[in-house]
Design a protein around this ligand. Sequence first.
Ligand SMILES: C[S@@+](CC[C@H](N)C(=O)[O-])C[C@H]1O[C@@H](n2cnc3c(N)ncnc32)[C@H](O)[C@@H]1O
Length: 225
Amino acid sequence: MNTLSFELYKQLRLYRKKMKNKPSLQNAYDLKSPDDNIKLYSVWAETYDTSFIDDMQYKLHFAVAEEFILNGGKGLILDVGAGTGALAEALLQKEKLCIEATDISEEMLKVADSKYIYKRSFLSDLTKEIPVNNNHYDGVVSSGTFTHGHVGPSAIGELIRVTKPGGLITVSINEKHWISLDFESEVEKLNPHIKNCVLKKISIYSKASKHNHKDDKAIILTIKV
Ligand SMILES: C[S@@+](CC[C@H](N)C(=O)[O-])C[C@H]1O[C@@H](n2cnc3c(N)ncnc32)[C@H](O)[C@@H]1O
């Protein structure tokens, strides 16, 4: 490689590295590890509400909140992968609830904390153990976190572990992620710990949205423990 093409090669690598950490839905879907998630969301936190929720007309959190309340969710709730708190805001518009937040990104939780909607927030990696005792919460909720490049089916068992018997779990799972990582088998495996389980398919974005992912769907999984 001559000097000029080596310089070009170096610049291209730098550009690709920069673009990888640029907040966007595609870059979020392409993440490979929890550390990648920490990096991307530390950059995205400040503008996530405007550049993603508002501009892309994301509405998944409203559907999860509705389903959780419809199924009788109440008491002390844990929002996993809470991000900047969109789901808690949607829940609190409907009911007076006591909600705690957990997320792998300190910066996302900082934005959530600034809204004074959570009783407390704490860091956790959902691909590992959640630092909470068994049977602690009356309910667990999540929107947008079980998706490509983020969290897979192995975390569902942890959600069940921290939920009291008789409690309720309502989480969204990106439809293609549900199929490619075979969430159905994981739910079947956990059947002895599940009293009832309901699936619903819904749109992630508003009908009026115009971007490439506008027709993407999610499964809302509701589990009675
Ligand atoms: C698309 S955002 C969804 C945030 C919020 N629930 C919403 O609906 O707007 C995904 C969130 O999952 C978090 N996340 C990604 N991987 C995680 C992991 N392994 N453990 C905990 N949280 C994680 C990210 O930090 C981010 O806040």
